[in-house]
Design a protein around this ligand. Structure first.
Ligand SMILES: Nc1ncnc2c1ncn2[C@@H]1O[C@H](COP(=O)(O)OP(=O)(O)O)[C@@H](O)[C@H]1O
Ligand SMILES: [Mg+2]
Length: 249
């Protein structure tokens, strides 16, 4: 048997994406092996690409077995946190609108509803689908051109209310480390205040910046200052303070 890797290259010629991502093609004793770079692909695309490559190679002359090593570079993602001192100031509304606006401007955006105790993104984004699990990662759902994950999709409404810090932080991890595919930025809608969720987000996933939302009332502004102090102390740059609902008395 000739064991010529050229056979494999030919077999992949009809699959431009696979050909571009394949390297280290080898054919030895009827076993074809290669490395497939799956950087930026989500679980579904990864599986589809792998199946295509396997089928194409098995159809090539002299190939009886196919071994595929999948690799992926870790995608560097920018995280932008949307925080506030108080609840009800419009954080979630702004996070959703910011995410959709960025997506419309051509960016690949994920929206994380980290308000474990009062998730509202499924409602705002109008998507109550239950996300699937792939390779132990949660796969975001889509709405308005944005990928989205919310604790509200995972547990019954209100059932997270009794969670203590560690459980809430672990839920946050599942969301932030979901299967975001090639998303370049995650907009994180935080719960109000300066609690466990804010701290674990800052410590583990260091946002590139934070946007603080407040209303013009004195009390809301005092609480906003506390949120600003937290991000400042932890070296998260403040991207801006949004005064929302300023037209309301
Ligand atoms: N600029 C605005 N004008 C009118 N209503 C708003 C505005 N921003 C937010 N709201 C409303 O205020 C309520 C609280 O907003 P939400 O985004 O859920 O706040 P938070 O996430 O800070 O708790 C929602 O009913 C929302 O529709
Ligand atoms: Mg909210």
């Amino acid at each position: 048997m000739s064991d010529d890797p050229g056979t494999l290259e030919q077999a992949l010629a009809g699959l431009p994406e696979a050909a571009a991502r394949a390297s280290a093609l080898r054919l030895q004793g009827g076993t074809a092996s290669l490395v497939l770079d799956a950087t930026g692909l989500d679980a579904r695309h990864r599986a589809a690409l792998e199946a295509q490559v396997r089928a194409a190679l098995l159809a090539a002359p002299g190939v009886g077995e196919v071994r595929i090593a999948l690799t992926a570079e870790k995608v560097e993602r920018t995280i932008v946190a949307i925080g506030s001192g108080k609840g009800g100031v419009g954080k979630s509304t702004i996070a959703a609108n910011l995410a959709v606006a960025l997506a419309r401007a051509g960016r690949r955006i994920g929206l994380v509803d980290a308000d474990i105790y009062g998730p509202s993104q499924p409602r705002i984004m109008g998507n109550y689908e239950r996300p699937e699990l792939a390779d132990k990662q949660i796969v975001p759902v889509e709405a308005w051109g944005v990928r989205m994950l919310s604790i509200g999709q995972l547990v019954e409404a209100g059932s997270a209310l009794a969670w203590r810090g560690p459980m809430a932080a672990s839920a946050l991890g599942q969301l932030v480390e979901g299967d975001w595919g090639d998303a370049e930025m995650l907009v994180v809608d935080l719960p109000p205040g300066t609690g466990d969720i804010q701290l674990s987000l800052i410590q583990k996933w260091k946002p590139a910046g934070a946007v603080i939302v407040s209303t013009p009332q004195d009390l809301a502004l005092i609480d906003a200052t506390r949120a600003i102090d937290l991000f400042r102390k932890m070296d998260v740059p403040l991207l801006g303070l949004i005064e929302n609902m300023s037209g309301y008395a």
